[in-house]
Design a protein around this ligand. Structure first.
Ligand SMILES: [Zn+2]
Length: 329
């Protein structure tokens, strides 16, 4: 086929060189001059862009240490003439053409709102077909992962059958983006039970961050039930996860009563409802503790402090009482 014989970067000259990349199954296929520019971090913007569409910008030689997001080389080891026609396309240039827009989405470090909103203007069934065809048509894990992110942030329930198929063939890869796609496409209970099963394979050390990353988008009380049977040690991520699930005051009281680690997680959960304390993921949900009898908060948390008078608890109790209005509803 003629097409596959063209240099992946300039898309004009014939391929002369196969250069290994960080993805063993996916080498760069380049003409001599693009090959030289790749190794000298001196690609023209459109050449960088064309390579990033196929290989993603996460590859070492295409990395953001060497190129801006518009493909301009920031530390070229060789001077290269760059004219107007060598510019990489912008979102404005590609937004009306679905395939070009998907190309563009792959060249971004993160899938951000501007690209998500541009994608949402296209027919969802067409996006789904295009996303699946790219997912199965590449060896590149970052590209596959970006297609799952698009399913999560753009397609919603339109992707539910595909997400079920992916879980049916699940081989341990893409747990995070597949979990995000699950949160937006499957009924919560079905999605959560599937992910809880996979989390059983995660080591105790990795579990808190993995659980937060997989589950934060569900914001469901089933997660709090699961945490009660799962949390064996304290970790900051448990309080972040519980906060975004909007627990009730009754639940917080019962965790304080159960003692460590759940009591410490309860204090963290309440503290995570204070703006400026949590991180961006937690803050975007403006978490609250619901159904609170505000008259008893002070007495209950102070009572806990008497049983567990360590500096950490003292500090948390003080912060919770100072910010009662913001935390409790
Ligand atoms: Zn070339």
């Amino acid at each position: 086929m003629v097409l596959t014989d063209l240099c992946e970067a300039c898309q004009r000259n014939e391929v002369n060189v196969i250069e290994t990349s960080d993805e063993p199954n996916q080498p760069y296929k380049l003409c001599n001059s693009c090959h030289e520019r790749l190794l000298n971090y001196s690609l023209r913007p459109i050449e960088w862009y064309n390579l990033a569409v196929v290989h993603s910008p996460h590859k070492f030689l295409l990395h953001d240490d060497f190129y801006e997001e518009n493909g301009e080389a920031c530390q070229p080891e060789k001077d290269t003439v760059v004219t107007k026609k060598d510019k990489a396309p912008t979102l404005r240039d590609v937004q009306h053409n679905l395939e070009s827009l998907l190309d563009f989405s792959i060249t971004r470090w993160f899938l951000e709102d501007d690209v998500i909103n541009a994608l949402k203007k296209h027919d969802h069934q067409r996006i789904l077909n295009a996303v699946k065809s790219r997912f199965y048509g590449t060896e590149n894990d970052e590209v596959k992962s970006r297609m799952l992110e698009i399913a999560a942030d753009v397609l919603g329930t339109c992707a539910s059958e595909w997400v079920r198929e992916l879980w049916a063939d699940y081989n341990g890869k893409f747990l995070y983006p597949l979990s995000w796609a699950t949160a937006s496409s499957l009924p919560a209970e079905e999605g959560l039970n599937t992910i809880f099963k996979e989390l059983k394979w995660i080591s105790e050390k990795e579990l808190p961050i993995a659980a937060f990353t997989c589950l934060y988008r569900f914001r469901s009380s089933h997660i709090l039930d699961w945490m009660e049977s799962t949390c064996t040690t304290f970790n900051d991520h448990w309080g972040r996860l519980a906060a975004v699930c909007f627990p009730t005051w009754e639940r917080m009281k019962s965790w304080l009563n159960k003692g460590r680690p759940l009591s410490l997680i309860a204090l963290d959960t309440m503290e995570n409802c204070v703006k400026g304390y949590g991180d961006i993921y937690v803050e975007q949900f403006s978490p609250k503790i619901l159904g609170t009898d505000k008259n008893e908060v002070e007495q209950i948390v102070n009572h806990y402090y008497q049983k567990d008078s360590v500096p950490r608890v003292k500090m948390k109790v003080a912060r919770i009482l100072e910010n009662k209005q913001e935390i409790f509803e």
